[in-house]
Design a protein around this ligand. Structure first.
Ligand code: ADP
Ligand code: ZN
Length: 608
C-alpha cells in the first residue's frame, strides 16, 4: 500500500503535513532520519507509516511508559497492529506479545529504553525481522537537553547490532548543542535532517496585567473556555491549592496537581486530566512530562514561568491537535520583582549568573514588548518571522505606548534620593506627595522629588516601576528587603541622554472575544443548529469513551465531530470523508454516529 492510502485508510487524513511524506519516504527507503519538529506537528506518523510499509516490526523507543497504553490503544482504534512491552504487563502478557512478534503479526512495538538495552531483549530482537528503530524524545540522550536519561546512551549498542535497519530519531527540543549530541550518540552521522519551524500558529499568545488575581483566571475560563480542557500553572504548591479550591467553589471542574501529593492522588488526577472533557488542572511545573492530550484548549500562567524555554514548552502543551488554543500569562510588578530576585538567590559563578541574567531579561522583555509576541518568541529561538503574526495579544489588541522619559527620570531620582532602599509603594507616595508617617520619619517630604509626580495615578506609577525593573533600569536587592537600586542603564536616562517608551497598560476587561476557530478544511464556525448537533455528538463520544475506558479524543477528535456536525453524513461512504475517519473507525463507530445524526435530524424536523 502506498503512503497516501495508509494515511487515508487508517488515519483518515487527506493530506500530509510539512515534511511528513519526505521523512516517510526516506525511512521506508532504508535511510536514517533526524526529525526536529515542534509538539503537535505530527511526528508520530513519520515512523508509524514506514513501519507499516516495511516488512518486520518497527521498534519504537519511548521514555513515556505512562503513555504507551493510550498510544497503542489509539493506533488499534485506527486498525493498526500495535503492541507495547513495559513493566505494567505481566510475564504472561509479555509472552503473548512476543508470540505475536514472532509470527509477524505486529507492525509497531513500543518499548522503554531500559528494556530495549537488556541482553535478553536484544537476543529476542535478533530472532525477528525489524522494520526500523524509532527513537522518540531523542533529546533524552543528551546531557544538554532538559531531560537526560542515561539508558538512552546504550541505544546505539543495540542499533549497531542491526546495521541494515534504518533509524529515525525525533524530538521537539530546539537547542543546537543538544542536536549535535543526538546525532553523535545515536549514530546518525549520515541521517537526512528534517527541521521545521518552531512556530505554533494555532496558539494565541497573550500577556495580561494581573490586577484582580484569581478572579481573572475564573473569568477567562468562564468567558473564553467553558467546557474546555486547560492547564493553569502556578509558582508554588500553596498557590496551586488556593487557586484550585477557588475555581472549584465557582463551578469550574478543577483539580490541583503538584509534587507534594501522594503518588496515588497524582495518578488519579492525571487520569482525570486525560479523560474528562472539561477538566482544568491547576499545577506546578511538576505537571508536564507525559501530557499527551491533544485537545488542551488553553494554558494559563498565573505566575511568570522561569525562562523563555520553560514558557515555550509549557504553552506548547496547548493545541497539539492544531486547533485554536490560548496561551495566556498574567503578570505584575510583584512578578517582575520576584524574577529579578532569583539572580541574587542563585549562587552560581559569574558566567552562570551572566547567562541567567540574559535569560531573565529575555523573559521580562517578552512580557513588556510592544512588538508581535510571536516574532519575539521565535527570535529567541533563532527564527525570524517576517511579518507580525495577527494572532497574538499585540497584533489583536492595539498596544499603545507613551513617552515615559520624564516619568522615568522622576522615578529614578526618587530612588536615588531616598537612598536606594525602598520599594514601589513608598516611592509612589513620595512622588505623589503623600506624606505618610514613614515618609515624615525619614524626612523624605523635604527631598526635591517629593510631590513631583501628582500627574500620574498610583496604578500608572506601578506600571512605570514595573517597566523600569523589566527594562533593567532598576534592580532589586533582597538584602534590602526588596528595595530598588539604580543600575548602569539608569544613568543615561537620569542625565537626559536617553528616552524611554512605556507600554500603556490596558485596563483589564471581562472576557472579550468568544473563542473562535480558524479557517481550515473543516468548517470553522458552526451555525446554531450544527452547534447543537455537535454537542449531541460530543455526548455520544463521551458515553462511548467511558464504557471503553478510553480518553475521548482516541475515539474522535473535536475536529472530526465538528466536521460531522457540519457535513451530516448519511451513510458509511459519506462518513469516510469526515476528517480523521479511516476504515477501522468507520466500521467501529460509523453506524452509531450516523444513527445519532439521523435521530437528531428527525427531532429537528419535528420541531418545524
Ligand atoms: P507530535 O508527536 O509531533 O507532538 P503527533 O504525532 O502526536 O504530534 O500529532 C499531533 C496531532 O496531529 C495528532 O492528533 C495527529 O492525529 C494529527 N495529525 C498528524 N498528521 C496529520 C495529518 N497529516 N493530517 C491531519 N492531522 C494530522
Ligand atoms: Zn503577533
Amino acid at each position: 500500500m502506498r503512503s497516501h492510502d495508509i494515511l487515508k485508510n487508517y488515519f483518515g487524513f487527506d493530506t500530509f503535513r510539512e515534511h511528513q511524506l519526505d521523512v516517510i519516504e526516506t525511512v521506508a527507503g532504508g535511510k536514517d532520519a533526524f526529525v526536529l519538529m515542534p509538539t503537535g506537528s505530527g511526528k508520530s506518523l513519520c515512523f508509524q507509516i514506514p513501519a507499516m510499509l516495511r516488512g518486520g516490526v518497527g521498534v519504537v523507543v519511548s521514555p513515556l511508559i505512562a503513555l504507551m497504553h493510550d498510544q497503542v490503544a489509539g493506533l488499534r482504534q485506527n486498525g493498526v497492529k500495535a503492541d507495547f512491552i513495559n513493566s505494567a504487563l505481566s510475564a504472561k502478557e509479555i509472552q503473548a506479545v512476543a508470540a505475536k512478534l514472532k509470527s509477524g503479526e505486529t507492525d509497531l512495538l513500543y518499548v522503554a529504553p531500559e528494556r530495549l538495552v537488556t541482553e535478553r531483549f536484544r537476543d529476542f530482537l535478533s530472532g525477528i525481522p525489524i522494520a526500523l528503530f524509532a527513537i522518540d524524545e531523542a533529546h533524552c540522550v543528551s546531557q544538554w537537553g532538559h531531560d537526560f536519561r542515561p539508558e538512552y546512551l546504550k541505544i546505539q549498542d543495540v542499533t549497531r547490532q542491526f546495521p541494515e535497519v534504518p533509524k529515525i530519531a525525533l524530538t521537539a527540543t530546539a537547542d543546537e548543542v543538544t542536536q549535535k549530541d543526538i546525532l553523535e550518540k545515536l549514530d546518525l552521522a549520515s541521517a537526512a535532517h528534517f527541521i521545521s519551524s518552531f512556530d505554533r500558529p494555532n496558539i494565541r499568545y497573550r500577556v495580561n496585567l494581573k490586577d484582580r488575581g484569581k478572579q481573572q483566571v475564573l473569568q477567562t475560563i468562564q468567558s473564553l473556555h467553558p467546557q474546555h480542557t486547560g492547564i493553569v500553572y502556578c509558582r508554588s504548591r500553596k498557590r496551586v491549592d488556593d487557586l484550585a479550591a477557588f475555581l472549584t467553589q465557582n463551578g469550574v471542574n478543577a483539580v490541583g496537581y503538584h509534587a507534594g501529593l501522594p503518588t496515588e492522588d497524582r495518578t488519579a488526577r492525571q487520569k482525570r486530566f486525560s479523560t474528562e472533557p472539561d477538566i482544568v488542572v491547576v499545577a506546578t511545573i511538576a505537571f508536564g512530562l507525559g501530557i499527551d492530550r491533544p485537545d488542551v484548549r488553553f494554558v494559563i500562567h498565573f505566575d511568570v514561568p522561569s525562562s523563555m524555554e520553560a514558557y515555550y514548552q509549557e504553552t506548547g502543551r496547548a493545541g497539539r491537535d492544531g486547533e485554536p488554543a490560548d496561551a495566556l500569562m498574567f503578570y505584575s510588578l510583584a512578578d517582575a520583582i520576584a524574577v529579578r530576585q532569583i539572580l541574587f538567590q542563585s549562587d552560581g559563578d559569574e558566567s552562570f549568573k551572566y547567562i541567567q541574567q540574559r535569560k531573565l531579561d529575555a523573559l521580562l522583555g517578552y512580557c513588556e514588548t510592544v512588538e508581535c509576541r510571536r516574532q519575539v518568541l521565535l527570535r529567541y529561538f533563532g527564527e525570524f518571522l517576517e511579518k507580525p503574526c495577527g494572532n497574538c495579544g499585540t497584533c489583536l489588541d492595539t498596544v499603545q505606548s507613551w513617552d515615559g522619559t520624564v516619568a522615568a527620570q522622576k522615578a529614578l531620582s526618587a530612588v536615588y534620593r531616598t537612598g536606594q532602599r525602598f520599594g514601589a509603594q513608598y516611592l509612589t507616595d513620595v512622588l505623589r506627595g503623600n506624606a505618610t508617617e514613614r515618609i515624615l520619619r525619614f524626612g523624605h517630604d523635604r527631598i526635591k522629588t517629593f510631590g513631583v509626580g501628582g500627574d500620574l495615578s498610583v496604578g500608572q506609577w506601578r506600571s512605570v516601576f514595573r517597566q523600569l525593573i523589566t527594562g533593567g533600569f532598576l534592580t532589586v536587592d533582597i538584602n534590602q528587603r526588596a528595595g530598588f537600586r539604580l543600575t548602569e542603564k539608569s544613568r543615561p536616562v537620569l542625565k537626559g541622554e536617553e528616552s524611554i517608551h512605556f507600554r500603556t497598560d490596558a485596563p483589564s476587561t471581562k472576557g472579550k472575544q468568544r473563542f473562535t476557530v480558524d479557517k481550515g478544511q473543516v468548517s470553522d464556525t458552526l451555525d446554531a443548529a450544527s452547534q447543537d448537533l455537535y454537542e449531541h455528538l460530543r455526548a455520544l463520544r463521551s458515553n462511548i469513551a467511558q464504557t471503553a475506558s478510553l480518553p475521548a479524543y482516541i475515539i474522535f477528535h473535536d475536529k472530526s465531530l465538528r466536521d460531522m456536525a457540519d457535513k451530516r453524513p448519511r451513510n458509511l461512504s459519506d462518513f469516510l470523508f469526515i476528517h480523521g475517519v479511516g476504515a477501522q473507525k468507520a466500521e467501529t463507530y460509523g453506524q452509531r454516529f450516523l444513527d445519532a445524526i439521523h435521530e437528531w435530524e428527525e427531532r429537528e424536523a419535528s420541531k418545524l
